[in-house]
Design a binder for this molecule. Structure first.
Ligand code: UD1
Ligand code: CA
Length: 450
């Protein structure tokens, strides 16, 4: 059976107290919406429909950035979850398959859980994801009789007896697409919130003699984000899980709780991550590399055997081949560094290519920006760049060439050549001592005068 995801993301998220729509607040450098879309992706959906309202343009951009084929429909007024789902009706007209409703602010539903719901749909018409709540608070309560889910009652509308139930609604619902929209037709808003509740479709299905049931999952999976403190808690929960998964996959984290990961961080087996390393989005580190303490990586690739840091910064487009070394206080951006090359101290390498086995001396800078445009620096193989060389791009250094320390290189250097561009040294015998005496005398005179 084909699957369509309907992701509800129209709410403003008042409690976030933000100009940014709630579903775009990030966990592990990825918007909440992306986490929800990624968990739904486990069902290999044929269609993904995002229902947006507040900040729809931004929400659309985020949805398309994660999945090009996603569709965004608008809910202009937030009249309730059933009304929100109904906005996807036209988009899914004629869709023959299962519809799964997810909330954009509920990022952690696990693939296995969605698969369990999918299986349950083989013998039931509607499947709801429930959980045993430690503190049921304001969640909707599931009214089960045996395996049969009779209805869901929202907290506001529940009796004291119903409020005592701890089995709660996560919000995730699976149902054949056509049936879902047909059930929604009968949903009204005669309730405490005057909203069209999606949860009402259970009672409606039951009354029609259809069967509904609940599949349950761990409460941690259904965690919703409503405030900045929820966001921080959710991020911490994500980090904890992601670190544990990495360690299971054979990555050493010397101080796991100090390593910050992105949703898409990929790290190969037998790589060692020292304390206090931050991974931004889009990082892959191959096997057997070492990322030393206090490094910051984003949008980059570190190959097998690379040693990075301590205190290194790899920015987007840093492509490091096998056994590259990047040392302390080195920043690398949009640069391809070939096998075995070293940039060990205090350098900026941007918009550049560096050939294999080249050595970049301390304090080297690729001067890539002229105030308007960016320019490329090419460094060949086995090149030796002397300390404190300024490479004024566009410029190319041939294979096996050298530059003298302190040079400002403004034109191309032939392979095998030594380029020097610095003022010749002059020396004045005895001048240092003379100068010192003169200055001391001046100071003594000034002190007598005051
Ligand atoms: C909902 C469920 C409740 C469940 C809880 C779990 C209903 C009626 N209630 O309650 O049973 O225990 O989630 O967290 O479904 N949204 C829209 N448009 C709307 C209304 C909501 O897009 O018109 C989106 C929100 O942005 C949010 C999600 O749907 O992402 C849930 O809406 P919310 O108002 O938070 O529902 P709850 O009251 O929490
Ligand atoms: Ca909610």
């Amino acid at each position: 059976m084909k699957t369509a995801l309907i992701i509800l993301a129209a709410g403003k998220g008042t409690r976030m107290n933000s100009d940014l729509p709630k579903v775009l607040h990030p966990i592990a450098h990825a918007p909440l919406l992306e986490h929800a879309m990624a968990s739904g992706a486990a069902l290999d959906p044929a269609r993904i429909v995002v229902v947006a309202g507040h900040g729809i343009d931004q929400v659309r951009a985020a949805a398309l950035a994660f999945h090009e084929g996603s569709e965004v429909v608008e809910q202009t007024e937030q009249l309730g979850t059933a009304h929100a789902v109904d906005q996807a009706k036209d988009a899914l007209a004629g869709f023959d398959g299962m519809a799964v409703v997810l909330f954009g602010d509920t990022p952690f539903v696990q693939p296995e859980t969605l698969e369990k719901m999918h299986s349950a749909l083989a013998s039931h018409d509607v499947v709801v994801l429930g959980f045993e709540a430690a503190d049921p608070a304001r969640y909707g309560r599931l009214i089960l009789q045996g395996e049969t889910l009779q209805r869901i009652v929202e907290f506001k509308d529940a009796s004291e007896e119903e409020r005592a139930i701890t089995l709660c609604n996560s919000g995730v619902i699976a149902c054949k697409s056509e049936l879902l929209f047909d059930l929604i037709k009968d949903v009204g808003n005669d309730n405490a919130s005057e909203e069209y509740y999606l949860t009402d479709i259970i009672g409606i299905a039951h009354a029609r003699g259809l069967s509904a049931t609940a599949v349950t999952c761990d409460e941690a999976e259904t965690m919703g984000v409503n405030s900045r403190s929820d966001l921080a808690l959710a991020d911490a929960a994500f980090q904890k899980r992601a670190r544990a998964a990495l360690m299971d996959d054979g990555v050493t984290l010397m101080a796991p709780e100090t390593v910050y990961l992105a949703r898409d961080t990929y790290i190969g087996r037998d790589t060692v991550i020292e304390p206090n390393v931050v991974f931004g989005p889009g990082v892959t580190v191959e096997s057997g590399a070492t990322i030393r303490a206090f490094s910051h990586l984003e949008g980059c690739h570190v190959s097998r055997g690379g040693i990075i840091g301590p205190y290194a910064r790899l920015r987007p487009g840093a492509e490091l081949a096998e056994d590259v070394r990047v040392g302390n206080f080195v920043e690398i951006k949009n640069a391809q560094i070939a096998e075995g090359a070293k940039v060990n101290h205090l350098s900026y390498i941007g918009d550049a290519t560096i050939g294999s086995k080249s050595n970049i001396g301390a304090g080297t800078i690729t001067c890539n920006y002229d105030g308007v445009l960016k320019h490329h620096t090419h460094i060949g193989e086995r090149v030796f760049i002397g300390s404190n060389t300024m490479l004024v791009a566009p410029v190319s250094i041939g294979d096996e060439a050298m530059t003298g320390s302190g040079s400002v290189i403004t034109s191309d250097v032939e392979p095998g050549a030594l380029a020097l561009s610095r003022a010749p040294q002059i020396e004045k015998a005895g001048m240092a001592r003379k100068l010192l005496q003169m200055l001391k005398a001046k100071k003594a005179k000034a002190q007598r005068g005051s």
